[in-house]
Design a binder for this molecule. Structure first.
Ligand code: NAD
Ligand code: TDX
Length: 336
């Protein structure tokens, strides 16, 4: 049993938030989850369909809605804040919803948690630290200065700063986690791995940005969910924890692994226009989370996790097919 019996999960119909909802329902039977989700293009109620109605309630609404938060937040033990505009490429074409949801939405939640003295956990990204050179032996730690590059990562960095200020100034019981790139089932087809897998399933060639040498530090979303629960229940108030699973890989290596698993030739893809301001490399040093809270990733074999993820997309075409054409039309307009 934890001290948390009645929690709000914002963005619980998205990729990572829905994984956390499933995780809590499966692993922590005494906990009731209220999902607050606006159901944007990225939110899908099917991601949490079938969970017991006495454990999970979906409230469709906006984290920017102060009146709704005044109704919803009192009486809950904690808010775990996943809701965000999450895609870098979208933030480059239209930054406004990123500032609104990620910055103003976080502000509204912090105000509600302050008013009703509710524990708050903030889910953030390693992208707030900017990028590293490919040959730099360094990895990001909790002490690395913030240096975000994109409208998305700067909006997340701004939201992290608000959380720190609310913790220090008002004594809000808050923690922050900054995680690396997640993979797994239910990830929107706009993101790198699902985009390439579903392209191949549609008979379309995958698309690689720039020179393909950019490095991302991959973690299975199940490991991320367990890390967030660990920090929510046992993390020190006011602290930041980096979450990563030693999963550094170049984009071209990941793409070649996908091509291999799906029976395609290793050069069966197209090079496309690079992302403006494209971060070169992310890498997380997760020592603090491991030493202080004893968290360890379970999904340490990236290749087998990737194979399972590919199989999930092959088995769940009705889940991704309805949004595939619109997603690709957006990319086509950007030359990607
Ligand atoms: P996602 O885009 O798949 O899901 C976002 C969810 O938030 C959707 O369900 C959407 O409907 C909801 N939402 C958006 N705006 C809202 C609003 N104004 N009010 C209420 N709900 C709203 O995103 P994701 O990949 O699951 O990411 C979840 C969180 O994790 C984000 O905060 C993101 O910054 C963070 N994160 C993601 C990754 C990654 O690899 N995807 C890595 C580290 C951190
Ligand atoms: O078609 C593509 N081709 C390609 O080469 C796409 C969609 C992406 N890429 C590259 C860009 C990145 O180097 O692949 C890499 C991964 O791209 P994304 O899936 O868009 O992820 P990224 O920009 O790294 O950000 C992700 O991880 C950190 C999440 O989307 C963020 O929400 C999270 O904070």
């Amino acid at each position: 049993m934890s001290n948390y019996e009645n929690i709000i999960v914002t963005g619980g119909c998205g990729f990572i938030g829905s994984n956390f909802v499933h995780y809590v329902v499966r692993e922590h039977p005494g906990v009731h989850v209220t999902v607050l989700d606006k159901l944007t293009y990225a939110g899908n109620p099917k991601n949490i369909a079938g969970l017991p109605a006495d454990r999970v309630e979906l409230v469709v609404g906006d984290v920017c809605d102060a009146e709704l938060l005044d109704e919803l937040v009192p009486g809950h033990d904690a808010v775990v804040h996943y809701a965000a505009e999450s895609h870098n490429d979208n933030s480059i074409t239209d930054p406004e919803p990123f500032v609104r949801t990620n910055v103003y939405g976080t502000f509204r939640l912090l105000e509600a948690c302050r008013r009703y003295d509710v524990r708050y956990h903030h889910v953030s990204t390693d992208e707030v630290y900017g990028d590293l050179a490919l040959d730099d032996p360094a990895r990001f730690t909790e002490e690395t200065p913030y240096r975000p590059s994109s409208p998305y990562s700067s909006s997340k960095a701004a939201s992290d700063m608000l959380v720190r200020a609310w913790a220090r100034t008002y004594g809000l019981r808050a923690t922050i986690s900054n995680c690396s790139n997640n993979y797994g089932p239910y990830q929107h087809v706009e993101k790198f791995i699902p985009r390439q897998v579903t392209n191949i399933l549609c008979g379309v060639r995958p698309r690689l940005y720039g020179d393909g040498l950019n490095v991302r530090d991959w973690i299975h979303t199940e490991d991320h969910s367990r890390a967030v629960w660990t920090i929510l229940t046992r993390g020190r108030i006011g602290e930041t924890y980096l979450v990563g699973a030693d999963g550094e890989r170049s984009n071209i290596d990941v793409l070649r692994a996908i091509l291999r698993v799906m029976g395609k030739a290793k050069d069966d893809f197209d090079w496309v226009r690079d992302r403006p301001g494209h971060d070169r490399r992310y890498a997380i040093d997760p020592t603090k989370l491991r030493r202080e809270l004893g968290w360890e990733p379970v999904h340490t074999d990236f290749e087998s996790g990737l194979e399972q993820t590919i199989q999930w997309y092959a088995d769940h075409e009705p889940w991704w097919r309805p949004v595939k054409a619109a997603t690709e039309a957006k990319y086509a307009a950007q030359g990607q």
